[in-house]
Design a protein around this ligand. Sequence first.
Ligand code: R5P
Length: 324
Amino acid sequence: MSNPEYRLFQLGSNPSLAEEIASISDIPLAAVDLETFADNEIYERIVDSVRGQDVYVIQGITTPVHDNLMRLMVFIDAARRTSARSINVIIPYFGYARSDRKARSREPIVARLIADLLETQGVKRLMAMDLHTSQVQGFFDIPVDHLLATPVQSHYFYEQGLTGDDVVVVSPDPNSLKMVQNFAKVLNANWAIVDAREEEHGQAKHFQITGTVAGKHAILMDDIIDSGRTMAQASQALADAGATKIDALATHPVLSHHAVERLEAAPLDRVIVTNTIEIPAEKRFDKLVELSVAPLFAEGLRRVINHESMAGMLTSPDNPEVSL
Ligand code: R5P
């Protein structure tokens, strides 16, 4: 699918995902000279002309968050100044998406700030996956293609034969409930929710489970695993309530600080994540299962380039009756 009408770039936040997307799409990754000066300033130069071409750039807002974001902004500036026909960004993990509202007075809304930065610099389209809340799309006036990891995640459980009444998909907090209910529908499984309450500030949390988990294979599902605290605490509550096996399932493995130790110590059988964020060797552990979402990004890119509807991507191939 190589075509001089468009070019695909990656800026180093997740080279292996970018290479996989490029290889599935049969679009070579175009070259950018990238340097960091001694004082940490970033230098970038697009090697070959992109004048009059549609530019697609893959760059997640992942650790180091601000370097990766700035690399994206610097690239956009270069592409705009060299008269690219359009600039389209593919952000597999949209860092700061959790800052999507003012929870307390005098707080910023950083997801909106990033949306404004991208738009004012001339970005014409965003493709992202499992934004923390789908309302973040509303921060943009440009088209947003919001992909879901569900087709790849559900396929994994179908392959393992983990569907039906013996399975319960569990939300570790109220935020993920909608996603969990959809996933349970796809697996023809049950759903439940762990409600964590702190009666008094600083006191130990009290966990209450709504739904039946005793004797079932529980899949704890969230969008992000950051410190691992949410998954560790919720899995303990499920183990106490008699779940026989417990898997943690999340799209984005942020895995900051002591996440790995926490997840290893928790009563979890597997921690199943995707490759929206590159996991360094020192953060890989025995329970970790990594699913590739490159085929979803490649298919999304193909549809965008060919002006095809994205609707077909919002079902799971294993249970297409359920719309995600
Ligand atoms: C929060 O709203 C998110 O959906 C995740 O539950 C949260 O980011 C997980 O964070 P941690 O792993 O630090 O508990």
